[in-house]
Design a protein around this ligand. Structure first.
Ligand SMILES: [Zn+2]
Length: 299
């Protein structure tokens, strides 16, 4: 009887584990390695298709409501089919239920030999690990995981080149009236590197950054967040322009910095952005902090 009771308690508490403790960093790293091993993942490539299949598979296993946001983008390299993938969790019958969005891009740069283990890989993978954590969790709000496509510019981030998927989705949410229900949009980008330091991105929503800072402090991770400021053009920008409070959770410095390197460090948009540059610990710090942020906002 005693053993039976103990077993029951263990089973119940495992099921009711709080959201941020359900984040499996080892699995997040394994997903990063799996996605990086798919190779180049620019739209139309075999690696891109394999990534889409993996996202669908993980969402299905975890019982998400899957939605596609597909369109054809006009780019400097001609028309490109774009597939944003949305996995919705905890959808209630309430048409006014509030929404939190966690997003990240899954495409990689059109550059021969570019793997993007951190840039494209880590964001894809941390969202997959979020899907595993969110399965069966009951909350007040809906949580959407959004894998944006064609974030990377075909040539360079000038004018209308780049952010194709996010621009399309942000305009859609504004046009169909969903915008007013979105409490926060959190973009994750390049958060798996071995020298983790999330920037205080200057265009991002300050009150939402403060919630992230509170979550980080609670977990003992303050040193990894908001120690430097920088403005970045990323997938959060179209959502800010659409009137949605948004934050770019991005590490904008990795490896050697300086005039002879890319402005975001030596591995940024370099073919050396490979799996050995990614850290399970960094994925854990960001993953748990963002899931605790979701918990704090859901109160
Ligand atoms: Zn990039």
């Amino acid at each position: 009887m005693f053993i039976r009771l103990g077993f029951l308690i263990a089973a119940v508490s495992a099921h009711a584990a709080i959201l941020n403790e359900r984040f499996n960093a080892q699995q997040a790293y394994a997903y990063t390695a799996q996605v990086a091993a798919f190779g180049e993942r620019w739209p139309g490539s075999p690696g891109h298709k394999k990534t889409e299949d993996l996202i669908h598979q993980v969402l299905q296993i975890n019982g998400a409501r899957i939605e596609a946001d597909d369109f054809t983008a006009t780019t400097p390299r001609g028309t490109v089919p774009v597939h944003n993938i949305i996995g919705k969790f905890n959808v209630s019958a309430d048409p006014k239920q509030q929404i939190l969005i966690l997003a990240g891009h899954y495409d990689t740069l059109f550059q021969p030999g570019f793997i993007g283990a951190n840039d494209g890989g880590s964001s894809t993978a941390i969202l997959l690990a979020f899907a595993d954590a969110l399965a069966t969790q009951k909350m007040k709000m809906q949580v959407w995981l959004v894998w944006t496509d064609l974030e990377e510019a075909i040539n360079s981030f000038t004018g209308d080149d780049g952010l194709y998927g996010s621009r399309h989705l942000a305009q859609k949410l504004a046009a169909n009236g969903t915008r007013s229900r979105v409490r926060g949009f959190f973009l994750l980008d390049m958060i798996g590197d071995k020298q983790l330091g999330v920037a205080r991105e200057t265009e991002s929503n300050r009150p939402l950054q403060d919630v992230i800072a509170r979550a980080a402090a609670q977990l003992g991770y303050s040193q990894y967040f908001f120690q430097y400021q920088v403005g970045i053009i990323d997938d959060h920008v179209p959502f800010i322009r659409a009137g949605i409070p948004a934050v770019d959770v991005v590490d904008a410095m990795y490896g050697r910095m300086g005039p002879t390197f890319d402005s975001m460090g030596e591995f940024h948009h370099a073919n050396t952005d490979t799996i050995d540059k990614v850290s399970q610990r960094s994925l854990e710090v960001v993953g748990r902090t963002m899931l605790l942020t979701v918990e704090l906002l859901d109160k």
